[in-house]
Design a protein around this ligand. Structure first.
Ligand code: GLN
Length: 282
């Protein structure tokens, strides 16, 4: 077979193939993978739209298409994910940054003074803490994770993006110096209720279970986080925590029971309850 494959022809074919295979955003996914195979950006694909691909480029692209159709997330194939306008490195060491978490960052920024002190727990790729450090260069930002692998990825992201963050490995607040008090504690902990984990999309099954599985009711980690947070916050400080949609009532109640002065659940752009903002007593 001596067919010539131009970017346009390949994208059209792959889009249809992905659609039939049940892959999300088939056109965008085809573009991201083709750009990755060619080592260019997506705009370039359309500048060179009728220039036939060389065989090694085609082979690279075919291998990526196959792996994507088999359920590997696009970000793990390309090794990058855009978050808050920046390119974060993504791989199987941590959860892939999600657009809904950008709202958590917005709420966190609103609560972080110019020269304030912030702590990002369960940092994973580092996307929250690194973004805070870059958006608030005068603030002091600590990030922590239980997983040494995740923390290594967070370190790479901080270094590549030029963010100054202090990294700590350990369980929630355990590795954080006991005398520090924060204006802001933020976290995207594992919050998927354990019974839902086996039913998650196959793409999510490729992400670390440690980053997703929140135990019974999805609150195992969040419960401890909320209970320990008041002692680590300054008076009037803020806790922002991403949550499962089923936590709309229970999480604000847990915050109030832990001694917070107020707690408000907020929704994501899809209208689902997605994070809580709790204020410590003044
Ligand atoms: N947002 C993830 C999902 O799609 C869950 C992330 C988490 O548990 N922190 O289910």
């Amino acid at each position: 077979m001596n067919e010539t494959w131009t970017p346009l022809k390949l994208l059209a074919w792959t889009q249809g193939y992905f659609a039939r295979a049940g892959v999300d955003a088939p056109r965008l996914t085809a573009e991201l993978l083709l750009a990755h195979a060619l080592g260019c950006d997506r705009v370039r694909l359309y500048l060179d739209f009728d220039k036939p691909l060389a065989e090694p480029e085609l082979a690279r692209f075919r291998a990526l298409v196959k792996r994507r159709a088999e359920g590997e997330p696009t970000a793990y194939l390309t090794g990058v994910k855009e978050f808050y306008g920046r390119a974060f490195r993504a791989d199987t060491r941590a959860l892939i940054p999600r657009p809904e978490t950008e709202l958590v960052v917005e709420a966190a920024l609103a609560a972080l003074p110019e020269r304030g002190t912030a702590l990002d727990l369960c940092t994973g790729s580092g996307c929250i803490g690194v973004t805070l450090a870059l958006e608030r260069p005068g603030a002091r930002v600590l990030v922590a994770d239980l997983s040494p692998d995740a923390l290594a990825l967070a370190r790479e992201n901080a270094e590549r993006l030029g963010a100054r963050v202090e990294l700590h490995q350990g369980d929630l607040f355990a590795p954080i110096p006991a005398d520090l008090r924060f204006d802001l504690v933020v976290a995207n902990p594992p919050y998927v209720p354990a019974p839902e984990v086996p039913g998650l999309a196959r793409e999510l099954q490729r992400e670390p279970a440690l980053a997703l599985d929140g135990g019974e009711a999805g609150l195992a980690v969040t419960r401890r986080l909320v209970a320990e947070a008041p002692a680590r916050l300054r008076p009037g400080g803020t806790l922002v925590v991403e949550m499962h949609e089923s936590h709309l009532e229970v999480l604000p109640a847990l915050c109030l029971a832990a001694g917070f002065a107020s707690a408000e659940a907020r929704r994501d752009l899809g209208g689902l309850p997605r994070y809580v903002v709790a204020r410590a007593k003044a």
